[in-house]
Ligand binder design. Structure first.
Ligand code: DQA
Length: 146
């Protein structure tokens, strides 16, 4: 059976391509979804990319993933740096969790240097632009094989 990977995105990432392109680039979230779906097909993974500006919605999707998904790739946006609730939700999930940031958060403001989600993440990718999602997906495929 094809294994599902939930790719969850937090606040403001719906504006990808328009929002601070000098930091986040010109690709949209739809472009990323399409590239992940194509790569997923190659790797034998079913991808479901979603985005919400609401913390509770992301938490509900993490809970849903407990039944539906092999792994979670998450770019929590600014919730990375604030949300104990998303960390708690991820701690209820048994499969691999990979954290992705488009920008290199460590090169930016000090408040972006701490991530609650990293306390649960099995791996973190930052500063690889939107390609980070595909790198995370390739890692998921490796974890499926293990
Ligand atoms: C981000 C980095 C966060 O600090 C920021 O709040 C975002 C996007 C990234 O992908 O680089 O919204 O997660």
């Amino acid at each position: 059976m094809t294994k599902r990977v939930s790719i969850l995105n937090g606040p403001n990432l719906n504006l990808l391509g328009q929002r601070q392109p000098e930091i986040y680039g010109y690709e949209t979230l739809d472009d990323i979804a399409a590239r992940c779906a194509a790569l997923g097909q190659e790797l034998g993974l079913d991808t479901l990319l979603r985005q919400s500006n609401y913390e509770g919605q992301i938490i509900d999707w993490i809970h849903e993933a407990r039944q539906s998904s092999f792994g979670i790739i998450i770019n929590p946006g600014a919730f990375t740096h604030t949300s104990v609730a998303i960390l708690d939700a991820l701690n209820t999930f048994d499969g691999p969790v990979l954290e992705v940031h488009i920008s290199n958060v460590h090169k930016r403001e000090a408040f972006r240097h701490h991530s609650y989600v990293s306390l649960r993440a099995d791996g973190v990718i930052a500063g690889f632009g939107t390609q980070g999602y595909e790198l995370a997906l390739r890692r998921m495929a490796t974890l499926v094989e293990k």
